[in-house]
Design a protein around this ligand. Structure first.
Ligand code: ZN
Length: 255
């Protein structure tokens, strides 16, 4: 029996059989881990309460044949206590967990930076000192950067002209100059891109001066960027897997 320990945040829990759960965590050293917590759905289980979504935990696993098994859990931060009772914090928190789950696609692939971003964002949400939607947008912009999808926010995404520019195009990669601007680009006010730049770089004093309408418009652009990149990433998967199948079939028909 091979044991290992790691620190992680619980992203998701799923039922398994009568009494068990599969727990998905984003960890410091082992990337995304899916492991079985046995007996946690019994009301007497002390382990069960510790492996709920948003929990920041220190876990001991043993390596199983298919899934690893959780043998010990210590709570580091019960972030859920400060999150689940407030609708805005809860929805922002769920978006953070779901994004982290989708961005850490490969199990076991190290994602230290993403883990740190998740833990930091949940801590800020649970503390409740910052606007939950700003915390979420700051997390999403940094998660985009982690994935290599940082939008251009001052320079032109196409020609690199230093800017700042008024046009913004999700498909083109962010702000674009008048010469490069594709049809159908948005024209957000300067303050919107300035807010996104402040959030991406942790300049909270500047970010918190933004008006509600600026915050709303920035949230819309951040959501559009995330959706575009995640969908494109997912759309590429079926294409990769389908091609050899179609190829074999058509080769068979030709014979
Ligand atoms: Zn340009």
């Amino acid at each position: 029996m091979s044991l290992y320990r790691d620190t992680g945040v619980v992203l998701r829990v799923q039922k398994l059989g009568e009494a068990d759960r599969i727990i998905t965590l984003i960890t410091q050293k082992h990337g995304k881990v899916r492991a079985v917590a046995k007996g946690v759905r019994r009301t007497t289980s002390r382990l069960g309460a510790r492996v709920e979504p948003f929990a920041h935990v220190d876990v001991q696993f043993y390596t199983g044949r298919t899934l690893d098994v959780i043998t010990q859990v210590q709570t580091l931060d019960a972030f859920g206590a400060g999150i689940v009772g407030d609708y805005q914090r809860y929805t922002a928190g769920c978006a953070i967990l779901e994004t982290a789950d989708r961005m850490s696609a490969e199990e076991g692939e190290p994602v230290l930076r993403l883990y740190l971003l998740v833990a930091g964002a949940l801590r800020a949400l649970a503390d409740g000192e910052r606007d939950a939607s700003l915390v979420l947008d700051a997390f999403l912009l940094r998660a985009l950067a982690f994935a290599g999808w940082s939008p251009a926010l001052t320079e032109c995404a196409r020609c690199g002209d230093p800017g700042p520019h008024r046009a913004f195009n999700v498909h083109a990669g962010g702000s674009v100059c008048l010469r490069c601007k594709p049809p159908g680009s948005a024209s957000p006010p300067y303050e919107v891109l300035h807010l996104m730049d402040s959030l991406a770089n942790g300049r909270w004093d500047s970010a918190e001066r933004a008006t509600d309408s600026t915050r709303r418009e920035a949230s819309g652009l951040v959501a559009a960027l995330l959706q575009w990149h995640l969908e494109r990433q997912l759309r590429s998967l079926p294409l990769v897997e389908r091609r050899p199948f179609v190829g074999r079939q058509s080769a068979g028909e030709a014979e």
